[in-house]
Write a protein of this length. Structure first.
Length: 78
């Protein structure tokens, strides 16, 4: 990058176009997509049919399955 740039020959509004809608570099839909409501029982039916209920037959445990690791992997104080 240069230390200084010469804008003495620049033209104000050279790329301005009246009434043109700018296109962002990322594709954005002009209207949000409306999604139908999700039936949660129907959503989980396939994983349950594949044996998902057998993985945690008693449900999600209340306490952590393992003790936290006491080692320090990142020291942000330094």
């Amino acid at each position: 990058m240069k230390d200084e740039y010469d804008f003495s020959i620049a033209q104000r509004g050279k790329f301005f176009r009246e009434g043109v809608r700018p296109a962002p570099p990322v594709h954005l839909d002009p209207e949000p997509i409306e999604r139908p409501p999700v039936d949660i029982d129907e959503f989980w039916a396939k994983p349950d049919a594949l044996g998902g209920r057998d993985f945690l037959p008693d449900g999600i445990p209340d306490d952590s399955p393992a003790e936290p690791d006491p080692r320090v992997f990142f020291d942000f104080d330094e």
